[in-house]
Write a protein that binds this ligand. Structure first.
Ligand SMILES: Nc1ncnc2c1ncn2[C@@H]1O[C@H](COP(=O)(O)OP(=O)(O)OP(=O)(O)O)[C@@H](O)[C@H]1O
Ligand SMILES: [Mg+2]
Length: 260
């Protein structure tokens, strides 16, 4: 496959009278690329990730994800999304289930539904789950209940669940926005490193240009539903950031966070 995803002239409004949340977005991402999405609040990052995840409807344009065309008038069923993994900021774990059961939930789109319902996962499912737990450093927590874990451990479980799915495309919406700097770079390193080891493509959104530059090879700058720049990470400069976050930089309460 020559591209992991190809979007052409995508336009979308959340409500009839709203301004466009996506305004003529065209984008190609090659398999194995790690791409960061930057942009101020309301720029359209979450909407773009939801589109690529097959959860947005009522858009115009054409979209192809992992060789499959998305249809603008329906939400894509989970069975067609088995190869796309999404890491949610709020983790969405099953609290009363163990870590291993939570991670195995990542296999649901790939396994017989009835068997999975009775907890009968295949040997391949178990291998993928154990590898994901080992890679995220939670193998020793496998039998613990999710609600007995710390916030950081829960986050690792959510990442392991995504990796167990063996996605070819990993989407993450601000996966490290609430974390201190050390933990933020640990977690982004984990996601991008595990994806690279598996040859998976990654698209993550962030408000932190420094982290985007460290962990992505390519950076997209969004503003008002448009892609304003598309740059190799090592060419990101202060002018590009200034253009993206004009309003925030004018406000001393938020300006410091954005220094590149
Ligand atoms: N459910 C919704 N209903 C109506 N408008 C929405 C909805 N979700 C998003 N929007 C609007 O769509 C535009 C893009 O929003 P989006 O959530 O994609 O931005 P974002 O870049 O993810 O912002 P943030 O950094 O704050 O998460 C904004 O103008 C927003 O107000
Ligand atoms: Mg968002």
């Amino acid at each position: 496959m020559t591209v992991a995803l190809r979007l052409s002239e995508i336009t979308h409004r959340h409500g009839a009278g709203d301004r466009a949340s996506l305004d003529g977005v065209s984008l190609e991402v090659a398999p194995g690329e790690t791409v960061a999405l930057l942009g101020s609040s309301g720029a359209g990052k979450t909407t773009l990730l939801a589109l690529i995840d097959g959860r947005l409807h009522g858009w115009r344009g054409t979209a192809n994800v992992l060789g499959r065309a998305l249809l603008p008038d329906r939400i894509q069923p989970g069975s067609e999304r088995a190869e796309v993994g999404f890491i949610f900021q709020e983790f969405a774990l099953v609290d009363r289930a163990t870590v291993r059961q939570n991670v195995l939930n990542g296999r649901l789109g790939r396994t017989n539904t009835l068997r999975a319902f009775f907890g009968q996962f295949s040997a391949a499912d178990m291998v993928a789950a154990e590898r994901a737990m080992a890679d995220t450093g939670i193998a020793d927590l496998a039998s613990r209940r999710a609600d007995s874990l710390s916030g950081g451990q829960r986050q690792r479980v959510a990442i392991a669940r995504c990796l167990a799915q063996e996605p070819r495309l990993i989407l993450a919406d601000e996966p490290v926005s609430n974390l201190d700097p050390t933990r933020a770079s640990d977690i982004l390193g984990l996601i991008t490193g595990a994806a690279q080891a598996r040859g998976a493509t990654v698209l993550f959104s962030s408000h932190q240009p420094d982290l985007a530059r460290r962990f992505a090879s390519r950076i997209l700058g969004m503003r008002n539903g448009c892609i304003k720049f598309d740059s190799p990470a090592d060419r990101l400069d202060a002018n590009m950031i200034e253009d993206l976050y004009r309003e925030e930089l004018a406000d001393p309460r938020t300006a410091l966070r954005l220094v590149v």
